[in-house]
Every structure is written in C-alpha cells, then in structure tokens.
Ligand binder design. Structure first.
Ligand SMILES: Cc1cc2nc3c(=O)[nH]c(=O)nc-3n(C[C@H](O)[C@H](O)[C@H](O)COP(=O)(O)O)c2cc1C
Length: 183
C-alpha cells in the first residue's frame, strides 16, 4: 500500500502530526510525507491513499493573508514560535487549484485549538470537501488534532495521530481487497 501524506504547516504542529500518521502505517506500507510546497501532482501517481492536512486559520483553511498573520505572530519579540522551512510559501488551496481529477482513497486532517469545533472551525472540513470535489473517496471522517492556547500540541495528540494512521492503513487495505474481489 502506498500512502502520500501532504501537509501545510507554519509552526510545526501539522508537520509533527503528519509524521506520526506516517509512522502508524507501519513497515508493510510505503508512506511518504511531503510539505505542500514540494508536492507536485505527479507525486500521487500509483498511490492508494493521499492524506492531506493543514492548520486551521480563521475557522478554516489558511489563505495568503492568514499565513502572513502567522509569520507576524512568530516574529513578535515575546514569541516562542519558530516557522518551519518553506512556511511562507503556498498553501493547500493553491495545491488543490493545480490538481486534476483523481479516483482513489483520501483522508483529511487539521490541527486546531482545543475547543468546540463549531467555535474554533476546522480546516479538515474544507480539505475533505475539496478532496471529494477532485474525485477522491474519503476513507475516514475528517480528523482534528488539538493544540493549547500557546500553539503547542496537547499531550497525547501524536499518539492519536499514530493510531489514526494505523486505522487508515487497515481501512485502505480492506477497500483494496473489496475492490479486487468484486472485479
Ligand atoms: C493566523 C492564525 C489563525 C488561526 N485561527 C485559528 C482558528 O480560527 N481556529 C483554531 O482552532 N485555531 C486557529 N489558529 C491556531 C492554529 O490552528 C494552530 O496553532 C495550528 O496547530 C497551527 O499549525 P502549524 O503549527 O502546523 O502551523 C490560528 C493560528 C494562526 C497563526
């Protein structure tokens, strides 16, 4: 099973979760983790699953303006946050805009503040919608991983991401088996 995990991340939380999801796929799968700025559409060739994740910005997926806001937050003298390499580049919206139609399995995740999703918003909802619009079949419901008020991942979130990776991997293997037995 080949999985491609594409993430957008400014402060590193979504990148950490992407790597933990990949570890959950285990040695029987090939899982590559790629930042959105380096994710060409050809990367998806031959993949069985694409997992796409990004930070929640202003209740949804990031935009150029919100990414600028994140850069300004990190630059404040009292900030403990550092930007990940490539953070100032393009985001998932731009990646989707360059993507054609696909017909395999996908899943969406985000990182966001710990709180009621109706109040915080969640980028994974928008990511899932775009995945469906591009022809993907969602292998799981959109998933959020939570950060504290100072933008640090809550304890245990990496473990949750690892388990979600394991679950996704077994779901996609089952989907492939079912497709194989019906053809
Ligand atoms: C400009 C900006 C806007 C944000 N807006 C929201 C929001 O509306 N809801 C929320 O839950 N979190 C919001 N956050 C918090 C981020 O979703 C959270 O820190 C996330 O883990 C950042 O991911 P990253 O470390 O991969 O960049 C915002 C952060 C920034 C910088």
């Amino acid at each position: 099973m080949k999985a491609v995990i594409i993430y957008e991340s400014m402060f590193g939380n979504t990148r950490t979760i992407a790597n933990a999801i990949a570890r959950g796929f285990g040695p029987g799968s090939e899982a590559v983790v790629v930042p959105v700025g380096k994710a060409s559409p050809e990367l998806l060739d031959g993949a069985d699953l694409v997992v796409v994740g990004g930070p929640t910005h202003v209740h949804g997926m990031s935009r150029a303006s919100t990414r600028k806001g994140a850069v300004q937050t990190a630059a404040k003298p009292d900030s403990q946050l550092t930007l990940v390499p490539g953070a100032e580049g393009t985001g998932l919206r731009e990646w989707f805009a360059a993507l054609g139609r696909e017909n395999f399995a996908a899943a969406a995740f985000d990182t966001r503040l710990d709180g009621v999703a109706m109040l915080t918003g969640r980028a994974s909802k928008g990511i899932a919608r775009l995945l469906r619009q591009h022809g993907f079949t969602l292998a799981a419901s959109p998933k959020s991983f939570l950060v504290t008020g100072d933008n640090r991942l809550r304890p245990g979130e990496e473990d949750r991401a690892f388990e979600w990776g394991r679950l996704l991997s077994s779901k996609v293997v089952a989907m492939k088996l079912a497709a194989g037995s019906s053809s």
